[in-house]
Design a protein. Structure first.
Ligand code: HEC
Length: 101
């Protein structure tokens, strides 16, 4: 490994970990659903869920059943990280909030 590779490897690993796997985001009990969305989801899904990368990641106005949104937050997706730090009650509040976007 040359020096550049040695320096970049941990960064690449960190980038991959934040892109998929489990998110370390952990809201407190006073965090509102809107704040959870802004802190945990907006970086990919855009402000108000309109999609950060064009319409691809749009979740505003999604007709997805609430059960699937809950599962998505809990288990993540192909690329989306899971959110083990968001507890059951918060997950329900967040999923309900998403349905209002
Ligand atoms: C690192 C980027 C990233 C973050 C952060 C992220 N998502 Fe996602 N999300 C994705 C990607 C990519 C997809 C679609 C592909 C997949 O399943 O990975 C997706 C899909 C979804 C879907 C399904 C949309 C549909 O119509 O199929 C929901 C619902 C969702 N995300 C909710 C959330 C919530 C709620 C949060 C915050 C707790 C969140 N996402 C955070 C990247 C992200």
């Amino acid at each position: 490994m040359n020096t550049t590779t040695k320096l970049l490897a941990p960064l690449a690993a960190a980038a991959l970990l934040t892109g998929c796997g489990a998110s370390e985001y952990s809201p407190s009990i006073t965090t509102t659903p809107a704040e959870m969305f802004a802190d945990g989801c907006q970086s990919c899904h855009g402000e108000k869920g309109t999609g950060k990368f064009g319409l691809l990641l749009r979740i505003a106005g999604s007709d997805e059943p609430i059960e699937e949104i809950l599962e998505k937050i809990e288990k993540g997706g192909t690329v989306m990280p899971s959110f083990p730090g968001i507890n059951t009650a918060q997950r329900l509040a967040l999923a309900t909030y998403i349905k209002t976007l």
